[in-house]
Design a protein around this ligand. Structure first.
Ligand code: SF4
Length: 373
């Protein structure tokens, strides 16, 4: 059974309806449990639970401290290319946006890596648009090989691949895969993804399992908040995590739920998510999945990122630039706007004031490799 088959058995509309009908006493009953589980997730996302964010936050803070201590792990995203052969209506890289496209050559890749390693980053996430003919598996694997000369941990966020191609990228040095479904609502998905391979909802969803079969040490999944009803998407994401952990337990999992912000053109956000509901989502994930990595991106502003830190965040990006070559060259259009523009040192200082230690290196893959060898 794949996750697609599993989704067919899960009545997500009913779970959303149950969430909307949840009462205060339902929420209190769940909060009294010593350990919440996946069957409690829709209750924690309910309108009724909004009145219980304070006790939820206290529980989430305690769990996060027990599991992760006062430590936040940093990574830096780096765009290798903005070539894309898809039309996604919310994205600056969408193929019909006319501007000069760029794919970094070896020298430019080395320059970017050198600059970022020089700032102290040890964990890099390599991103591309989706143009497999121009930026295919060989190119991505080659970039991962170079990245390992500079960084201890290398992740990829690129077009969905099959198991064999993922294995090639892993053998070249990558250890983590990030692949967001954008929205788990199939109808909404077809409204935003108009052209190219990305139109294929099932193909994207199943690629996560290919990544696990290929052996990625860590897999990050998520949805872009704003594209569809957020309760439907977050319930789907929670079940995706639960499914992957049950069937592919060898990989570690993380989630992210970035909110859409300034995009190209006149993209209208049909399902805006408030700060309060963003907090609620994060708390629900932490209460149900105690050891799940939760990433908060630089799409959120500095003040909110600082406030959310104690409630469950374990991983943050820093100094993000969404243009290929953006760390060392004057570049054109990015994929989306950044809200938290603090430098790494400013961010570290701000977190230190809150009592947090920042960790640049992801030790886990290194330890796992050492144990295997
Ligand atoms: S979201 Fe990804 S696939 Fe879609 S246009 Fe942007 S870069 Fe291309």
């Amino acid at each position: 059974m794949t996750f697609l088959d599993y989704l067919d058995t899960l009545n997500r509309d009913t779970l959303v309806s149950k969430s909307l009908m949840t009462t205060a006493s339902d929420v209190e009953r769940v909060l009294q449990k010593s350990k919440c589980d996946i069957s409690d997730f829709h209750t924690l996302l309910s309108p009724a639970a909004e009145a219980y964010l304070e006790p939820m936050a206290q529980k989430a803070h305690t769990i996060t401290k027990q599991r992760f201590g006062n430590i936040v792990q940093f990574f830096v995203p780096m765009y290798l290319s903005n070539e894309c052969f898809n039309t996604c209506t919310y994205c600056g890289f969408s193929m019909e946006n006319k501007y000069a496209r760029k794919t970094l050559n070896d020298e430019e890749i080395h320059n970017e890596f050198r600059a970022l390693a020089g700032k102290g980053f040890e964990h890099i996430l390599l991103l591309t648009g989706e143009s497999p003919k121009k930026v295919g598996t060989d190119y991505i694997a080659h970039a991962a090989t170079i990245a390992r000369q500079y960084f201890s941990s290398v992740g990829i966020e690129v077009q969905p691949m099959n198991q064999e191609d993922y294995a090639q990228v892993i053998n070249s040095g990558a250890d983590s895969l990030t692949l967001y479904q954008e929205t788990y609502n199939k109808e909404a998905y077809s409204k935003y993804h108009l052209f190219g391979m990305k139109k294929n909802y099932d193909h994207r969803l199943l690629a996560v399992e290919d990544g696990a079969k290929a052996g990625f040490y860590k897999i990050q999944i998520g949805a872009l908040l704003g594209l569809s009803d957020w309760r439907y998407d977050m319930i789907s994401l929670a079940h995706h995590v639960s499914y992957m952990r049950r069937h592919y337990w060898q990989s570690k999992y993380g989630v992210s739920f970035p909110r859409i912000n300034g995009m190209f053109g006149e993209f209208k956000i049909d399902f805006p998510v408030s700060d309060k509901n963003l907090v609620q989502i994060m708390l629900a994930f932490r209460l149900v999945f105690h050891d799940l990595s939760i990433t908060l991106s630089t799409r959120e502003n500095a003040e909110l990122r600082d406030q959310l830190l104690p409630l469950g965040v374990t991983t943050m990006s820093a100094e993000s630039n969404t243009s290929p070559g953006g760390y060392t060259m004057n570049t054109e259009e990015g994929q989306f706007d950044i809200s938290d523009e603090r430098s790494l040192s400013e961010l570290k200082a701000s977190l230190a004031k809150q009592g947090y230690e920042t960790v640049m290196k992801d030790w886990d893959p290194f330890i796992a490799t050492s144990i295997k060898s």
